[in-house]
Design a protein around this ligand. Sequence first.
Ligand SMILES: *Cc1c(COP(=O)(O)O)cnc(C)c1O
Length: 498
Amino acid sequence: MTMNPLDPQEFRRQGHMIIDFLADYYQNIANYPVLSHVEPGYLRELMPSFAPLNPEPIETILRDLQQHIVPGITHWQSPNYFAYFPSSGSTAGFLGEMLSTGFNLVGFNWVSSPAATELESIVMEWLGQVLKLPKAFLFSGSGGGVLLGTTCEAILVTLVAARDKVLSQIGRENICKLVVYVSDQTHCAVQKAAHIIGILPKNIRVVKTMKSTSFTLLPESLVSSIHTDVQKGLVPCYLCATVGTTSTTAIDPLGPLCKVAKEYGMWVHVDAAYAGSACICPEFRHLIDGVEGANSFSLNAHKWFLTNLDCCCLWVKDPASVIKSLSTNSVYLENSASDSNQVVDYKDWQITLSRRFRALKVWLVLRSYGVANLRNFLRSHVEMAKTFEGLVRMDKRFEIFVPRNLAVVCFRILPCAVARIGNGRVQNGYLTTEDAANEINRKLLDSINGSGLVYMTHAIVGGAFVIRCAIGATLTEKTHVIMAWKVVQEHADTILNH
Ligand SMILES: *Cc1c(COP(=O)(O)O)cnc(C)c1O
């Protein structure tokens, strides 16, 4: 056995084996239970207690992979995967990732790998144009884009810039006065980022949303929150508006929210982690109308844009404010290109120094499929969601809980269906029919996921437990969606008839 860990011949041989393994995996993926049913700690019993001292052949390792690891995998690429949000992989996304890993370069600044930086700026420009982002967000305007790992990072990066911008005006000692605004539907990433950068927990304002307005953040609710804070001498700093909330894909009204924020000199970040991808379709672009009033905008290409994890696209109007907060200078990083101020040094646009060549993934995806096919891919999922929604509506025991925006359907068994069938149980066991409905819907979800045939997850909004069917796995077709509804109905039959 060769002792060179990067021997080209062995690389070729073993690399082909892994590709074959994955091709077989994708071929057979629908046969696996979508949600893994292993017990906590299952792997410890199957693995040796100590790392091997001597080399083992790839054949043995692959056998253990199939026998021990695969059973503990939840199959996000399964066509029957409808949980959380999709993680839509593709051949192009995979190959781009593979190339990035193969080059294994560390492109922290321009000179450390010029193509990595330049390709990233180019794909961010391409994607920004396809999304019809205002020029102010693009390099061709006065803005620019960067590829980060996740939305959590995009939020942290923009929040730091927003914090320092305000503190440069009011003095760093006043950090305890800064307020961050979110809605009760905003992703928890904002609270975490606020915590990390020293915003006081009591200054994270969680504005309430309501079912009657589809759980969107209302400008008037925001205004009244801000008024109260300003009267107390606090300083509005950052608003995170969401296009496509995680629970129900609610769309916050960007135009009016940005207008309010502008009055108070607040930074607005638009988190379009899931729904942003859909905005490459002209018919969905209106979801981000008003984005011109925001300071930054991000989406996760690893959710619904055929780009394998991880890949968050962030555009900012004023890169200088981000760079001001995050730039680092060390003697060993000094170089004439950076000194010339003619290049982008992406290390100053992110938390970490080292960074991966993510642009290859986006470049391969855009080139391999073309914008036309990407649009059709997104549309096909929205059509499938419409089909699923139609099926839910035909069953009178169920309701669509909030209007569907894209390819996520939020539904539940109606409280009245539970009350009718449960008879005395409602009065005996539960306080209200809503509580009973929550219990039954939770049971239903556990039951369908236990079948292994599909995997869906839940949200709790306005006190109601709802089941989310998020359509967007790359391999999902209409037949899978119809089958998924059959599974739901069959399990509902069993649960409601007991
Ligand atoms: C998924 C999601 C996030 C978190 O994304 P990460 O990339 O995992 O950090 C944030 N916001 C919204 C609206 C999301 O849907």
